[in-house]
Write a protein that binds this ligand. Structure first.
Ligand SMILES: [Zn+2]
Length: 212
């Protein structure tokens, strides 16, 4: 999932990763990961690839395996969104400047920025509770560039999943994280936010807008 930043930044060079990932997989119901497979190298590599792809996009907050062409029930949430200063309103100006500085440092691995905060992994997730109370919230998607719209999401959600160690856990969330749970589990069922969003419009990053 993506959100509109206060100032859209230019996309990373590999912004097209999701388009190359296979449209078909995006529309399939993804397969469960067999529990003994969770700690295998194959799954570890996929989770790493997901984190790298997610962190390559300045507006990305979460990514699901089908977005990279893997029909597997896995999604990864940017660990940083749990930090208090990372609110729905967007990154602080200071953080934005820092990101730009890091992005412009030659030879710097994009995955190493924010590497201090671990991403959250959800394997075979199931939403166990959704609040009846809903709200319209702005939403975007790494696989649906550069469309943004408003979706009607439950304010609170509880999810049960397995972590990268194969341990089952349950997590409740509100606001942005609850919205992410809903957006990402939809991906695992072949649903995209544009299927049910309203006021969908294109918001090109500043860089592309200038080139037009
Ligand atoms: Zn998405």
């Amino acid at each position: 999932m993506t959100r509109i930043l206060q100032s859209q930044q230019k996309p990373a060079r590999n912004a097209a990763h999701s388009a190359a990932g296979g449209e078909k997989v995006l529309r399939q119901v993804a397969k469960e990961v067999p529990l003994p497979a969770i700690r295998t190298l194959k799954i570890k590599k996929i989770m790493k690839e997901m984190s790298v792809a997610l962190r390559s996009q300045s507006d990305g907050v979460a990514i699901a395996a089908p977005q990279l062409g893997y029909s597997l029930r896995i999604f990864v949430v940017l660990g940083k969104i749990l930090k208090a200063e990372f609110t729905r309103r967007g990154l602080s100006e200071r953080e934005e400047r820092e990101k730009e500085r890091l992005a412009s440092t030659p030879g710097r691995d994009p995955a190493s920025k924010d590497s201090a905060v671990k991403d959250l992994v959800f394997i075979n997730p199931k939403i166990t509770k959704l609040s009846r109370e809903k709200e319209w919230v702005p939403e975007g998607c790494l696989s649906v560039r550069w469309l943004y719209g408003k979706t009607h999401r439950s304010k609170k959600a509880t999810i049960s999943a397995y972590d990268e160690q194969g341990k089952r856990f349950e997590r409740g969330a509100s606001g942005l994280l609850a919205q992410i749970f809903q957006h990402e589990t939809e991906h695992l069922n072949g649903i995209l936010f544009i299927d049910h969003a309203k006021e969908v419009k294109e918001e090109l990053p500043n860089e592309q807008r200038r080139q037009k």
